[in-house]
Structures are given as structure tokens and as C-alpha cells.
Design a protein around this ligand. Structure first.
Ligand code: AMP
Ligand code: MG
Length: 487
């Protein structure tokens, strides 16, 4: 473990120079205070979580103090927003402070979101509100605990600095950690401004630091693109299997690493709904739950366009064609496991689709269904679950197919089956109403609920003492919360 002043920096992205990012110092927020910290995320920096309680910690992650070896930078990028190209975005309120080199030999970007205005702020104030910072923190850490690749969050620092959104709120900063903050939009920027030398420099940076295994391939850029396609397909398969809706899948919010990145009005499904749109300004439902799959491929084709100077269009097309089969294979694999199946049969896709349609028709709670399916013997579990379906006969027919399917799987004891299923079916997910309750308390200066919720979500698969209430469906007030897109 290291003390805060012992972090080692190696700022590889900053060294690419001013074409790729601009030097900007963070603008401090007033009266900084720790809202919540993630023990496991801080451990990635070799930091003892107890240090988070020290005043200097809040000062470091609120712009008041900087390590000497940091080189804070606003990164340049553009991207496709809701299908249209926006030529100039860039870090308008976040700064890459530097890259920490840890004892395990990994580099972690320290990114401070809400760090004040930059040359890319356009009309924005450069700030992030407490509400959205807490949501990003909780989502990052919850996804990670579910085994879904994501940027991490080290802490949220609150303040007394006022910011205006629909009403007056308070500014906060969230410490985001990732191996890279390069987005699809970072490459798009250099492609569309016809700076192909710089585009190559950035592609080489990503290739050598994050896809080094591709350097040995005959066509390294193509090999890298294929891996990016595969990782994105796997990521989205996990989102779909766990009911995560990203909300703003613009290409500037797509990480080159295939991790969940840049959280806005995201949501985990309560009731299963293919057509769910969590972003209230997404009037056409471009980023609806089920559209995440085709949009994932669309985003990759936008990235492919930016790589046309290095890879033939034909090879890019062939790689893009990998997306759906890779997605489908991961999705089926996860859904089979969620159903307690250990083998694969051709009809499994149909079994899953039929179940989802029944859930859709009856508004069945997506996460609890799977959890409860593993709780008892199959016979008893389906008998209990039946009551949640309006079309009980339809569910009975599905349950008969499912039970027959289970008997063709290698036999396991009920305990084995429960353990296996509970290991992939979370009891606790970050439901909007849980986040909302924690945020409302935090806005009143009480951070205990954010911290408790974070702890619960760190172990989503394990039933925790006296935490039953965190596993419940939303109460009426929490069912259709309007999550503001302003952040
Ligand atoms: P986001 O919706 O957070 O992914 O941001 C989209 C773009 O708007 C990025 O270029 C952000 O840096 C910028 N942006 C968002 N909010 C603000 C803000 N409050 N101040 C300045 N820039 C912002
Ligand atoms: Mg963004």
C-alpha cells in the first residue's frame, strides 16, 4: 500500500502532445468533502482506503491540490451523437490528471470529471452535479461487481459550489479510472479533420499500449479492429443479459477498450421491457434497450470509417460481420447460465426468446425472476413464479419445455444448482429508485445511504444480512422516475 504522495505517474497520453490534448488545470470546488470511496478501485492505485478519510484526499480529488508529476489535460475528440456527426466535442468538464503506474505494473488513467471549464466547454460550466456523480460512481462499481467490463470510480467528492441545472444544485467531482480514455470519437476527430499522420499516431498509441498482442499479426491495425469488435460484442451481450441500458451510446461515449464508459441517464431494467428508453431526451428511442445491439454495430462501423486510411474497406466489413455472431454466442452463453443450463442445445435461443416475450407481456421483474428460479427445485420455483405472469397458461407451457430441457442437462443436486445459478443471478442491482433514495439523502448532506448502497452492490450475488429491502422491486414512487439527462 502506498501513501497518497507516493503515487508514481507516467503520463503516456499527455506525452503525445498538444495535438491530442490541451493542458488545463482543474478549477477547485468549495469545501470539498468525501461522499463515498471505493475500496477496490482505490486498491488499483495501491491506495489504502482509510486514506480516503484524510482531508488531503478530498483536496486532491477536487482540484485543490495536485501531485507534482501530474500533467492535467483535456482530451480532444469528436463523435456521432444520436447518429449525426458533431465535429468538436472534447473534454468539456473532465480532465485526465495523469496515469498512475501501480505495483502490479498496470497504468491507470486518473480522470477527474467535473473539474471545471476547458477550451472544449462550449456553453457548459465545466461542472458535474452531485446527483450524476453519485450515479456514475454507483454504476461503475455495480457493473464491475457483476463482472461487466467498465471504467471504475475511485470516489465522489462533494462541495458547496452551486451549479445551475433545472434548479440550483451542488457541484461534485468523480474520480474515474480506466486503462485509457481514448474513445471511438478520439480517432474520428483526426479522421474527419484529415489529419492522417496524427490519426496514425493515435492508432499506434492505442495499438502498442492496449492491443500489443496484435503487433505480431500480419496486419496489426486490422487485428486490433477485430478485437475491438469482439470486445464490444461481448460487452453488449453482458448489458443485454443483465438488463443494463446505457442511455447515450454516442461514439464519443464508446471506449476503445470495450468497457462501459461515460454514464449518463443509464438504468438497469426493473420490469423486463425490450423497448425501454432510459434517456428522456431520446424521443425516437434510438438507444432503447433492444436497440443497443444494432447500435453497438453501428458505432463500430463509425469507428471503421475512421480507420479506412489503414485498413481496406473489405477487411473492415468482414470484421464488422463478426459482431452479431460473437454477440449472439456470448449472450446465449450467459442466458443459459442464468437459466441454470450447463450444456447448449439449438432450441435454447427459442426458449430464451419465449421467456422474454412472456416477461415483456406481464412486466415481470427481470433480475428477481432469475434469482428466484434458482432458489428452489425447478418444480417449486416455477410454481411460485407463475403468479407473476398474466398469461399463466403461456408460462406453464414455457415451464414444461424448460423442465424437459433441464432434465437433458447433466444432473446436479439442488444445492449445486442453486450455487451455480446464484453465482450469475444477482440479488441486488442498481435500481433507479435505490440510487434516487441515496442521492436525496446525500443532497441533504447525509452520505450514509450512498455508502451502504455501494457496499450492498459490491456483492450483488450474495444475500447480505438485513439488506432484504435492497432486493425488492421498486415501490410505486420509484417505478417511472424521470431521470434528468442534465448532469
Ligand atoms: P456527456 O453528455 O457528458 O457525454 O458530454 C458530451 C459532451 O458535452 C462532452 O464534450 C462533454 O465534455 C460536454 N459537456 C457535458 N456537460 C458539460 C458541462 N457541464 N460543461 C462543459 N461541457 C460539458
Ligand atoms: Mg461523454
Amino acid at each position: 500500500m502506498k501513501a497518497l504522495d507516493e503515487l508514481t505517474f507516467d503520463n503516456r497520453f499527455a506525452r503525445l502532445g498538444d495535438t491530442f490534448s490541451t493542458s488545463v488545470l482543474p478549477e477547485p470546488i468549495a469545501e470539498p468533502r468525501l461522499v463515498v470511496a471505493s475500496e477496490s478501485a482505490l486498491a488499483l492505485l495501491d491506495l489504502d482506503p482509510e486514506q480516503a478519510e484524510e482531508p488531503v484526499f478530498a483536496e486532491l480529488f477536487s482540484g485543490h491540490k495536485l501531485w507534482e508529476d501530474t500533467d492535467p489535460r483535456a482530451m480532444v475528440y469528436s463523435g456521432h451523437q444520436f447518429g449525426s456527426y458533431n465535429p468538436r466535442l472534447g473534454d468539456g468538464r473532465g480532465l485526465l490528471l495523469g496515469e498512475v503506474y501501480n505495483e502490479a505494473g498496470e497504468h491507470w488513467d486518473l480522470h477527474l470529471k467535473g473539474a471545471g471549464q476547458t477550451p472544449f466547454s462550449r456553453m457548459g460550466d465545466g461542472r458535474a452535479v452531485l446527483r450524476s456523480s453519485i450515479r456514475e460512481f454507483l454504476a461503475s462499481e455495480a457493473l464491475h461487481a457483476l463482472g461487466i467490463p467498465t471504467s471504475r470510480a475511485g470516489c465522489v467528492i462533494g462541495s458547496s459550489t452551486p451549479v445551475w441545472r433545472e434548479t440550483q444544485e451542488r457541484a461534485a467531482m468523480v474520480l474515474r479510472l480506466a486503462h485509457s480514455h481514448v474513445r471511438f470519437g478520439s480517432l474520428e476527430y483526426f479522421y474527419y479533420t484529415k489529419q492522417h499522420d496524427e490519426l496514425k499516431q493515435l492508432a499506434d498509441h492505442v495499438l502498442s499500449l492496449h492491443y500489443a498482442e496484435c503487433l505480431e499479426q500480419p496486419e496489426p491495425y486490422l487485428a486490433m479492429f477485430r478485437v475491438i469488435v469482439e470486445r464490444q460484442a461481448e460487452l453488449i451481450a453482458k448489458w443485454q443479459a443483465y438488463g443494463f441500458c446505457h442511455g447515450v451510446m454516442n461514439t464519443d461515449n464508446m471506449s476503445i477498450l470495450g468497457i462501459t464508459f461515460d454514464f449518463g441517464p443509464f438504468a438497469f431494467l426493473d420490469d423486463f421491457d425490450q423497448h425501454f428508453v432510459c434517456n428522456h431526451s431520446d424521443h425516437e428511442g434510438r438507444y432503447s434497450f433492444s436497440n443497443q445491439v444494432p447500435i453497438g454495430q453501428w458505432n463500430l462501423s463509425a469507428l471503421a470509417q475512421a480507420l479506412t486510411p489503414f485498413i481496406s474497406v473489405e477487411a473492415l466489413r468482414e470484421s464488422l460481420d463478426l459482431f452479431l455472431p460473437v454477440y449472439q454466442a456470448h449472450y446465449l452463453d450467459l442466458m443459459r447460465r442464468r437459466l441454470g443450463l450447463t450444456t447448449a442445445e439449438d432450441d435454447d435461443a427459442d426458449l430464451i426468446a419465449r421467456l422474454l416475450q412472456l416477461m415483456q407481456n406481464s412486466g415481470v421483474d427481470y433480475s428477481l425472476f432469475f434469482r428466484r428460479l434458482g432458489e428452489d427445485s425447478t418444480d417449486i420455483a416455477v410454481r411460485h413464479l407463475r403468479d407473476d405472469f398474466v398469461d399463466m397458461l403461456g408460462f406453464d407451457a414455457w415451464a414444461e419445455t424448460y423442465k424437459a430441457r433441464i432434465t437433458r442437462d447433466p444432473a446436479s443436486t439442488q444445492d449445486e444448482r442453486r450455487t451455480r445459478m446464484h453465482a450469475v443471478n444477482p440479488l441486488y442491482i442498481l435500481r433507479n429508485y435505490l440510487a434516487q433514495r441515496a442521492i436525496e439523502a446525500a443532497e441533504q448532506g447525509d452520505y450514509s445511504e450512498v455508502r451502504r448502497l455501494h457496499q450492498v452492490l459490491c456483492k450483488p450475488f450474495e444475500a447480505q444480512d438485513s439488506m432484504e429491502s435492497y432486493a425488492q422491486r421498486p415501490p410505486d414512487w420509484g417505478k417511472h422516475l424521470e431521470i434528468s439527462c442534465s448532469s
